[in-house]
Write a protein that binds this ligand. Structure first.
Ligand code: GLU
Length: 416
């Protein structure tokens, strides 16, 4: 059975929250589709001299609360539907953690593993040219997402700046620190996930120390989450990437795994530990399961067999709607993506603020601000969950996000 895709999932999540929010029907309808999506075809000269054309998108979902904000991903499965869902999730995320932003997302349909650095640079610059009329420091501010990083952001910043005729660092966040990036941005999403996981254990009267944790995905988010949870005393018993999963019931030596991956082209393949399948990892009997890769990995079938006490969503949209219903029935709590992975966009906001003031903060200040904002969103979500007796943490988080966004629309009204 095929389950619905990310956009249907996002719309169904909104619908679940609707009965708990006093929201005008017209505004609700408006919030179900993005404000605009630009689709671009990008001809790129490849290293062998041929020209290849790539399809790409930038979706601007909602801007009632401020400039559009959201990452750009490079992946073969990128589609217009996927960027719309991801742009919607950015809208609810920035509203939930109360940043003065709306939501957006972009993506290029490509397999970066098959492209050389020069080809990726050409593709990135051509994409920036394609979307440069719709982005800008006060309109829409991109950032890294899957398979994009500070290097990619530097090319976007440079291309945009060359057309403007002067340096515009605040047009993107997640830049290298040498050109206006902030300390702490690269690890911000993983740091937020680790903070939220610790808070979640506390809420359920357990302790992060000696808790068994399984992490699916070992890219930027998964690997930083593993390191920070290990530092907090958790047993990271399993991690995985596209090459497979490794497992040690006594807890992996996370520093050793990180060193190995750093010297092995970013891959876990060949690491000396018990090897299990990705499906086995998702159904391990652990205290917390942290999906940190792509959408729709926890399907209804996986949810039926899932043994973790709690799921903390580090990826965007890792749980299908059907799976979420199964987990609710089985009383396995899910800490939703729009809360758990908001650390990245929070520190993006801090970077943008510093750029706007031509000023830079100490790392400790960035850490402190991130922790204060994300824990306050966690507390607000729990308060809504308990006070309104909302069935899931996700629906509780959505009620806050929808209320804030709808209220901004209400005040601003319709024009023209
Ligand atoms: N791509 C990240 C996310 O999904 C960060 C977006 C940003 O910093 O704008 O939340």
């Amino acid at each position: 059975m095929t389950e619905s895709g990310p956009l249907d999932n996002m719309l169904a999540q909104m619908e679940d929250a609707r009965e708990y929010v006093d929201i005008d029907d017209g505004i609700y309808e408006r919030l179900q589709s993005p404000e605009r999506t630009l689709s671009v075809s990008l001809p790129v000269r490849m290293d062998d001299g041929t020209v290849e054309v790539f399809e790409a998108y930038r979706c601007q979902f909602d801007s009632a609360r401020g400039p559009y904000k959201g990452g750009i991903r490079y992946h073969p499965t990128v589609s217009q539907e996927e960027v719309s869902a991801l742009a919607g999730w950015m809208t609810w995320k920035t509203a939930l953690v109360d940043l003065p932003f709306g939501g957006a997302k972009g993506g290029i349909v490509c397999n970066p593993k098959e492209l050389s650095d020069t080809e990726i640079e050409q593709l990135t610059r051509r994409y920036t040219e394609g979307i440069r009329r719709m982005i800008g420091p006060d309109t829409d501010i991109p950032a890294p997402d899957m398979n994009t990083d500070p290097r990619t952001m530097a090319w976007i910043m440079d291309t945009y700046s060359v057309y403007q005729g002067y340096a515009v660092p605040e047009v993107v966040t997640g830049k290298p620190t040498e050109i206006g990036g902030t300390d702490g941005r690269v690890e911000a999403t993983g740091r937020g996930v680790a903070i939220i996981t610790e808070e979640t254990f506390e809420y359920f009267d357990t302790d992060v120390r000696n808790a068994d944790v399984a992490i699916q995905g070992f890219g930027n988010v998964g690997s930083v989450t593993a390191r920070l949870l290990d530092e907090r005393g958790a047993n990271v018993v399993a991690v995985s990437d596209v090459t497979g999963a490794i497992y040690d019931p006594d807890g992996l030596d996370v520093d050793d795994v990180l060193d190995y991956v750093a010297g092995n082209d970013g891959r876990l393949e060949g690491y000396d530990a018990g090897s299990i399948s990705n499906d086995d990892l998702l159904t391990l009997d652990v205290d917390a399961l942290i999906p940190a890769a792509i959408e729709d990995v926890i399907t209804a079938d996986v949810a039926e067999r899932l043994e973790a006490d709690v799921v903390v969503e580090a990826a965007n949209g890792p749980t299908t709607f059907d799976a979420a219903n199964v987990l609710e029935e089985r009383e396995i709590p899910v800490v939703p993506d729009i809360l758990a992975n908001a650390g990245g966009v929070i520190v993006s906001y801090l970077e943008w603020v510093q750029n706007s003031q031509q000023y830079s903060w100490e790392l400790e200040e960035v850490h402190r601000d991130l922790e204060a904002r994300i824990t306050s969103a966690f507390d607000e979500t729990l308060a809504a969950y308990e006070e309104k007796q909302i069935p899931t943490l996700r629906t509780a988080a959505y009620t806050i996000a929808l209320e804030r966004t709808a209220s901004a629309h209400e005040y601003r009204g319709l024009f023209p």
